[in-house]
Design a protein around this ligand. Structure first.
Ligand code: RTP
Ligand code: MG
Length: 139
């Protein structure tokens, strides 16, 4: 058994559409423990640091414009195999290809406006949790 922490974001489109509650409810029903949660409005600088691996890709300007257009909810989730299980609950990056019942299928609009973010590995989970949460914020 491996208890992990992972990092999630409820992205601007899901906040604008009034789906914070639905997504938090799915997280609780799936058995995650919420260790950190905060609303924020990302700045371009914060977004560049967060998406360092994507900054030089063609889609990055569109990604930054979207992620900074309105408030987001930052999450630290804990549970058994939390990193993989949170990715499974979200579904595929492209909502059109995401499985029925997944968060991106339910609340995503397209490849960019895809409702949620989740860390993709133990290294990125550790980096992303500490990028946005101090130890004091994780309770
Ligand atoms: P995320 O990081 O947001 O959880 O998504 P992911 O791992 O499934 O996808 P990733 O490859 O890390 O891409 C990060 C976000 O960039 C947008 N994207 N757009 N237009 C495109 O080709 C494209 N590719 C990626 C998506 O919003 C994706 O979530
Ligand atoms: Mg990613």
């Amino acid at each position: 058994m491996s208890i992990e922490q992972t990092f999630g974001i409820i992205k601007p489109n899901a906040v604008q559409d009034g789906n914070i509650g639905n997504i938090l409810s799915a997280i609780e029903k799936a058995g995650f423990t919420l260790r950190g949660m905060r609303m924020a409005r990302l700045t371009p600088e914060l977004c560049r640091g967060f998406y360092a691996e994507h900054v030089h890709k063609g889609f990055y300007p569109e990604l930054e414009a979207f992620m900074t257009e309105g408030p987001v909810v930052l999450l630290c989730l804990e549970g058994e195999n939390a990193i993989l299980r949170w990715r499974e609950l979200m579904g595929a990056t492209d909502p059109a290809k995401a499985a029925e019942g997944t968060l991106r299928k339910l609340y995503g609009q397209n490849m960019g406006r895809n409702a949620t973010h989740g860390s993709d590995s133990p290294d990125s989970a550790a980096r992303e949790v500490s990028y946005f949460f101090s130890a004091f914020d994780r309770i």
